[in-house]
Structure formats: structure tokens, C-alpha cells
Design a binder for this molecule. Structure first.
Ligand code: GLA
Length: 413
């Protein structure tokens, strides 16, 4: 990880690994970013709204075509490369069964497999093989979508080398398919869309039902604000446990309320939801419904269309209003969705107590990172206070670094 973050080290590391692996130069190096979610958590698989942004930490894939119809993937975070014939991917990831490959290689190989559905040449087996070497600066398990960054870098490399001409949304869908079916994590599409559609200084406002997106300028730098990431270093895996259970609660809630997805439930429907659902499912539903509304409110604040004390407000007023939404989002995840952990609550509470304008856990929960919106001059004191509080609580030393809203995938070399 490069806390200050440019893509240079991941690109150089991927190219170096490629040379070690193959003894030759890659045809090119492509990279894609991780993401932080500003607001809108566990709304994506409920057809709802999210407002993430791509971050400057990236994952790079150095790649080169080969002539034998085989795909080989290597990465700096695994000792051994994995190699398979393209024609055998179908058997590796049966669409109706448990994936045979339960390791990091399922991400890049899963993308290659998912692309088969949108690549006519696949059927006639005319696609050439490829060697891919992957290196990443996105911390793994920190809730910053290291997996979407692998998928985005791999998808971008394959799209170019196989001259597929696919658009970013189609590549995001292939990444999600890899995650859901090759890796077996029942996630939504927020992370892949944020990585593929990131724009510098802006967030990606995404309607997860229609996949319509709009860039929402954030203006944080202009307002003298930073987004501080507090990575608790408590790792999580969304292919197991709590994430799946939360998703099941949401599906039960939607079914009981007679809607396709919780996106179709409004805050005004909540009293009825309280009558038909048990307490736990009701609180899960309430989180999703109120969180969707908070995303819409956040976009209105950032657009300047929200009325703040009779006016659209200046940058500072908007930041304060956004901060209040972040705090409410965290409380909802802590109390209703119950996906926070003591480390994340401490990070949020201490950041707020030391002057953060807003703070919340980001990502799927059960570990990972919190984000805090802070004045530039408060980054150091807030970081020091969080470190001290973690030490006092006996928690692991957190990783603290700032992230800047950044552009999506690109070819680096
Ligand atoms: C993980 C998943 C996303 C989303 C978030 C929660 O990051 O990959 O699809 O569901 O959790 O908002």
C-alpha cells in the first residue's frame, strides 16, 4: 500500500512481476482504482442509490497476449501463478454450482469467465490466451474495494488486448458477475461502477436499478477539506456470514411488503413495515429506506439545490449538512443494520469529538474502514487522537491516510 497514493508503484510492480513471470515485456499495463463510499451503504443490492468515489490508490494489471489459448494470472500477493485453458474456465466456474477456485485468482479468472457472455468470439474459441501480472496499492479487507480494483484492471486489460470495445458499465457488470459467481460473494454493483466510472474531484451518483450515473462535483479541495480513511485493520470477507444474512433480511422485507426491492419502499411506508415485519427485519429495512433518502439528500446538498437555512449555502454550509448525513448514516448502520464493530464506532466518535465535520464506516461493514470529512489542518490532530484512542482500547494500530476522489481505469503503459 502507498498511503499517499499514486499509481506509480502498482504499475511498476506489476510490470516487474510480469517480467519475472514471463521473461518478456508486457503489451501494456492497465490500472483501476479502489473506492470509498461517501454515503449509501447496503442500498445497491436493494436497487437503491449510492454515492461512492474512486480513490487514488490503484491496482495494475500488466498483460500480454499468448498464442496457446491459455490464461495465466500472477500477483504480488500470492506465491504461485494460476494457469488454465480459456476453454476450461466454464468448468472452473459452473453457473449452477460452488466455484472450484476459492482463492484470489478467482477475481481475474472470474472476469475472463464473465466476459464470455458478452464476447461472441468466445463461442468459436478464437480468443487468444493472455498472461496477466497484478499488483495493488489498495489495502485488502479495508472496505476500499480492492477486489473491484482487480476486476477493473483485469477487465480493462482484456478489453484492450482482445479488442472487445466494451463500455465501462459492461465491464463493471462483468466484474460484479465474477465477484458473485466466481468468488461467491453476494455483493451489489456499487464497487465496480465506482471504480469504472470514477471522475477526479467528484462522486459517482448511481441508481442501482437503472445503472444510470451522474458525476457529482465534491469541491472538497476548494473547501479545504480532506477525506481521512481510518482503516481499523479488522479484515472481513463478504462471501461469508453477516453480509449474506443482511441481504436475506432485505429480501424477506421486500417480499413481505410486496415490492420488487426495498428501493420501492419510502419512509412513509415504514409504519406499515413495522406491523408486518419482526423487529430485526424491520430495522434492516429501516436502514435501507432511510439510507436511500440520505443519498438523495446528500446529492441535493452537493448540487446546491437543498435549502439550508433559506439558501443553497456556501461550501462550508454544504459540508456541514453533508457531515450530518454521514453521522446519521453511521448511526443507522450501527443501531439498525448492526454491521459496525467497536473499532469503527471508536474511529467515528473520536474523529467527531476532535472536529471532524462528519464520519461514518464505509463499505460492507464487520471490519474495514471509516471515513471522516475533516478540515485539512485537522488531519494530523484527528489522526493522533484516533491512534491514541485505539491504543487505549487495546485495538490494533489503525492505518490512517487521506483519499482524493480520482479518475477511473486507464492504460498506464
Ligand atoms: C460491499 C459490496 C457492495 C455494497 C457494500 C455495502 O462493498 O461489495 O456491493 O453492498 O458492501 O454498501
Amino acid at each position: 500500500m502507498t498511503p499517499a497514493g499514486t499509481a506509480a508503484s502498482a504499475v511498476a510492480d506489476a510490470a516487474d512481476l510480469f517480467r519475472t513471470l514471463t521473461g518478456s515485456e508486457p503489451d501494456g499495463v492497465w490500472s483501476a482504482p479502489g473506492r470509498a463510499n461517501l454515503i449509501g451503504e447496503h442500498t445497491d443490492y436493494n436497487d437503491g442509490f449510492v454515492l461512492p468515489f474512486a480513490i487514488q490508490q490503484r491496482t495494475a494489471a500488466a498483460a500480454r497476449l499468448r498464442t496457446d489459448g491459455r490464461i495465466r494470472v500472477a500477483s504480488t500477493f500470492a506465491a504461485e501463478p494460476v494457469e488454465v485453458a480459456l476453454s476450461d474456465l466454464e468448468a472452473l466456474f459452473p453457473s449452477d454450482g460452488v466455484p472450484a477456485l476459492a482463492e484470489w485468482a478467482a477475481y481475474p479468472l472470474g472476469v475472463a469467465w464473465a466476459l464470455r457472455a458478452v464476447v461472441p468470439a468466445w463461442a468459436s474459441a478464437t480468443l487468444p490466451g493472455v498472461d496477466i501480472a497484478i499488483a495493488s496499492e489498495v489495502p485488502v479487507g479495508a472496505g476500499l474495494s480492492s477486489s473491484a480494483a482487480i476486476e477493473g484492471a483485469t477487465g480493462s486489460a482484456l478489453n484492450a488486448l482482445w479488442t472487445l470495445g466494451l463500455d465501462p458499465v459492461t465491464l463493471a457488470q462483468a466484474g460484479r458477475r465474477a465477484e458473485n459467481e466466481a468468488v461467491g460473494a453476494p455483493t451489489g454493483i456499487m464497487d465496480q461502477m465506482a471504480s469504472m466510472l470514477g471522475v477526479a474531484d467528484a462522486a459517482v451518483f448511481l441508481d442501482c436499478r437503472t445503472l444510470a450515473t451522474r458525476s457529482v462535483p465534491l469541491g472538497f479541495a476548494e473547501a479545504g477539506l480532506e477525506v481521512l480513511v481510518i482503516d481499523t485493520r479488522v479484515t472481513h470477507a463478504h462471501s461469508t456470514g453477516g453480509y449474506r444474512e443482511r441481504r436475506a433480511s432485505c429480501e424477506r422485507g421486500a417480499a413481505a411488503l410486496g415490492v420488487v426491492a426495498l428501493r420501492d419502499v419510502t419512509p412513509a411506508d415504514l409504519p406499515r413495515a413495522a406491523e408486518v415485519l419482526d423487529d430485526v427485519d424491520f430495522r434492516r429495512v429501516r436502514h435501507v429506506v432511510t439510507e436511500d433518502q440520505r443519498v438523495l439528500d446528500a446529492v441535493a446538498v452537493l448540487d446546491g439545490s437543498a435549502v439550508l437555512d433559506g439558501s443553497a449555502g456556501g461550501l462550508r454550509d454544504r459540508a456541514q449538512a453533508l457531515g450530518a448525513l454521514l453521522v446519521a448514516s453511521h448511526a443507522s448502520m450501527r443501531d439498525d443494520f448492526e454491521i459496525s464493530i467497536p473499532e469503527l464506532d471508536t474511529a467515528v466518535d473520536v474523529a467527531l469529538a476532535h472536529g471532524a465535520i462528519g464520519a461514518r464506516m464505509t463499505g460492507g461493514g464487520f471490519g474495514g474502514a471509516a471515513i471522516a470529512l475533516v478540515d485539512s489542518e485537522l488531519v494530523t490532530p484527528v489522526s493522533d487522537a484516533v491512534r491514541a484512542a485505539f491504543a487505549a482500547c487495546g485495538f490494533a494500530d489503525p492505518h490512517l491516510f487521506t483519499v482524493a476522489p480520482s479518475d477511473g481505469p486507464r492504460r498506464d503503459v
